[in-house]
Design a protein around this ligand. Sequence first.
Ligand code: AKG
Length: 266
Amino acid sequence: MKVAVLQMEVAFGAPEKNIANFYRLTEQAMAQRPDVLLLPELWRLGFYPRPILDYADADGAQTRRALAELSARYQVNIVGGTVANAIGRQVFNTCYVFDRTGRLTTTYHKTHLFTPSGEKDDFQPGDSVVTFTLDGVKCGLAVCYDIRFPELARRLALEGVAVLFVPAAWPLARLIHWQTLIRARAIENQIFVVACNESGTGAGDLQLAGHSAIIDPWGEILAQAGEQETILQSTLRLAVRQQIKENMDVFSDRRERLYLPKIPIS
Ligand SMILES: O=C(O)CCC(=O)C(=O)O
């Protein structure tokens, strides 16, 4: 599976500009013929103008149109980052996944809202965890702050996910957390982590970290960006998971009885 990560420099509160940039970066990325494109969190607006209801995409319609058009045009799967998605007066931080035919296959609303930035006051959290398949490969989603909750990634790994996609708007001030957490989630769960952060500045001159990365299940960094806008590409050799499992099968060594009970996945 060839993945391309669009580390966008997002223009704050300027949807038309960001959508145009998405078209431009996608055209550029497609020269390498990736199977999957990944976008960052809240790429249509940046993280995030207030009041969010004034800026949010009503029912995600504008964003879905762009994702549907480009996935169909280039016959590529798109894990569409996230959008501030207004459903009535409630706003969700929503990720849409489109397949190669331009069809919406998955919707995930960020489940862990970032309390320190007040995200909880402006957004509604999702209540379900999702898995989906891309070209027959089982995948999962964690949005930004979600990555701090190892239970979520573990839950997805237990469901059989091989690749975890992480759209983010992570600040430079906590770059070390970002790098450590995405790598740890890959190693402990023996899965690929494909993580796409924004670059540039967000609300109140918040400096975003960039440093998107593609990490294999042994924790090797297959590709890593700096702070500037860029496109990262790499091939995920999915068979490596079996080799790792043969050497160190952490899943069969788990002591499930000692851990928290599972909640049903939807
Ligand atoms: O966890 C962090 O340090 C950053 C999280 C964040 O910015 C977000 O979830 O939007």
